[in-house]
Design a protein. Structure first.
Length: 125
């Protein structure tokens, strides 16, 4: 494996937690291994590994972009990651308010609903 892959796995575990990464790795098949390598190296080993902005800021940006583009399936995972990135509930609310103004209220509203559900689950765990 490349150095970028190894860096990516380290950052991925730091942000998403060992349990999440272990489940994802266990579910990996020959079919999706190239895709998993791509996101580990590109997203986690390059973008998330950069020291250009903080994990908190990157978390807020990621959540806003996911909501703005309607990629709702990933929002709960990234809400859970806020426990490790330092993005507060207020930070997430601010990010989704930006989404409402610049990308549309329905997308922000749905993202907020997912965030509320996920925070409720996290509090019960």
């Amino acid at each position: 494996m490349s150095d970028r892959f190894e860096t990516g796995m380290t950052v991925r575990r730091k942000i998403l937690g060992d349990a999440h990464v272990d489940r994802a790795e266990a579910a990996k098949t020959d079919f999706d291994t190239p895709f998993q390598t791509l996101i580990t190296e590109g997203a986690w080993g390059t973008v998330w590994a950069s020291d250009g902005i903080s994990d908190r800021e990157r978390s807020m940006l990621t959540l806003a972009l996911l909501a703005a583009l309607g990629n709702f399936e990933e929002i709960p995972m990234h809400i859970r990651a806020t426990a490790r990135t330092g993005a507060s509930k207020q930070d997430v609310l601010e990010a989704f308010q930006h989404v409402a103004i610049y990308a549309g209220v329905p997308r922000a509203n749905h993202a907020l609903k997912l965030a509320k559900q996920t925070y409720d689950e996290m509090e019960k765990e």
